[in-house]
Design a protein around this ligand. Sequence first.
Ligand code: PRP
Ligand code: URA
Length: 209
Amino acid sequence: MGKILIMDHPLIQHKLSILRDENTGSKEFRALISEIATLICYEATRDLPLEDVEVKTPICVAKTKVLAGKKLAVVPILRAGLGMVDGMLALVPSARVGHIGLYRDPETLMPVEYYCKLPADIEEREVFVVDPMLATGGSAIDAITQIKKRGPKHIKFLGIIAAPEGLDALAKAHPDVDIFVASLDEKLNDHAYIVPGLGDAGDRIFGTK
Ligand code: PRP
Ligand code: URA
């Protein structure tokens, strides 16, 4: 079973409260999504492998460590996942970025895929799939199924708010995937929106409503 981590760091909880507020406008909303993504990325990269190096300081030669050159890819689920990319790249600037386009059909609530462009060498990379909202889990499950067909080394899912239903569904469908989210909310409502949630993440990021 993959790791499931609900990040309850005080900085994340504080930023999340402002993010949820219906009076928070798109400019601040985008900045907060990005900042929370950076904080989650910090934890999700904790197990990156290191290698020994020697560095000459002004005093002596230090035996120290650097990242062992592990290749990473960030794959946002369009649209809302785009809001997390800059915050991820702030910590892992050399990661490649793929894109997978899915939307939930408002009638069936099932994910509909419309775009998929991944790094050509994805089989050599660890993939961080990012999407702020994990509601029914359908979009994340479908995106990860598509990415797995290309044989990446390992996949982690990084989200901001999850519903219990979506977290369970994702963990069951992809038990090998580590899941990092900032909050586990109460439930889904009748329209499969997360309660209390933050509303429609894509619309709030891009100001489309
Ligand atoms: C939202 C969100 C997730 C999905 C979560 O996207 O960004 O991708 O819903 O719901 P699920 O877990 O039930 O699949 P939406 O379909 O609204 O598309 P958009 O980002 O293009 O607005
Ligand atoms: N997608 C969103 O953007 N918000 C929700 O609460 C559920 C799905």
